[in-house]
Design a protein around this ligand. Structure first.
Ligand code: SAM
Length: 248
């Protein structure tokens, strides 16, 4: 069954955009997923197809009208697909959400512009609000593409090796260990000896330590959650075998 995405946007030509290339592009050609971009302007008011208006309460910028946005939403057959509005006001998007979205029938994505969408339509249509980071984009299309990319690569048959989906950052709540390839020595920097040892258990142990150290140093939020999950309440058993200077 094809995983279906519908984007509601003022800029339909932005889809599939970069997702027409590489892994996602091949999967699109193979029919493993599809994306339809619907122009919100179609649902605009009057001869000029107006989609926005000034904010009640004053202030800069324009707000997308609830009547226009709801008309677009109601015209889409959701067919069990979550309706997601990417917004900096949303909860942070996590790999768990991505797995849930990728495991379902697809997504409907509402792409905001201007100051965003009238709050009432978000409530009325039970829209999930997710943020892709603590910074402001000029529109929701790029965020929608990011979200789609993260989902599409998890659709069965899209990634070459299924293992690469289960061993990466966040799959066990930790950041991933660092990677090295040939040459073994490059500009005076050598690959850690252990990776050349052929000793699989020792390599696995080294990678686990690297994962834990990177998570502790770069993502205290993830580290705290990991400690709580594994029943540890201090910095505990993590050795700083990794070079902290490398982890900037
Ligand atoms: N006034 C809004 C605020 O401060 O929260 C920002 C509006 S932004 C200029 C326009 C649109 O871009 C938003 O409605 C949203 O769809 C999208 N957007 C911007 N930053 C985003 C982010 N970090 N994550 C997800 N979507 C984002």
């Amino acid at each position: 069954m094809t995983w279906r995405a519908t984007a509601l946007t003022l800029f339909p030509d932005m889809f599939p955009g970069p997702l027409g290339q590489s892994l996602a592009g091949r999967a699109l050609e193979q029919g493993l997923w599809s994306v339809e971009a619907r122009n919100l302007r179609t649902y605009g008011i009057g001869r000029h197809r107006v989609v926005d208006d000034t904010p009640f309460g004053g202030g800069a910028g324009m707000v997308m009208r609830p009547d226009v946005v709801s008309a677009a939403i109601r015209d889409v057959g959701r067919e069990g697909r979550p309706l997601v509005y990417p917004t900096p006001r949303g909860r942070p998007l996590r790999q768990d959400d991505v797995r849930r979205y990728a495991g379902g029938p697809g997504l409907v994505l509402l792409c905001g512009r201007y100051e965003g969408v009238d709050e009432r339509v978000l409530e009325a249509e039970q829209v999930e609000q997710v943020s892709i980071g603590d910074y402001i984009l000029s529109g929701g299309e790029m965020a929608a593409l990011v979200l789609l990319d993260s989902c599409v690569r998890l659709i069965p048959g899209v990634m070459g090796s299924e293992a690469s989906g289960t061993e990466e950052s966040f799959s066990d709540g930790l950041l991933e260990y660092p990677h090295y390839t040939k040459p073994a020595s490059w500009e005076g920097r050598d690959v850690p000896d252990i990776l050349l040892s052929g000793h699989h258990a020792a390599i696995a142990g080294w990678r686990q330590t690297e994962s834990e150290t990177a998570t502790r140093m770069r993502r205290p939020d993830l580290w705290a959650a990991h400690l709580a999950r594994t029943g540890q309440d201090t910095g505990g058993p993590v050795s700083l075998a990794a070079d902290p200077e490398r982890l900037h």
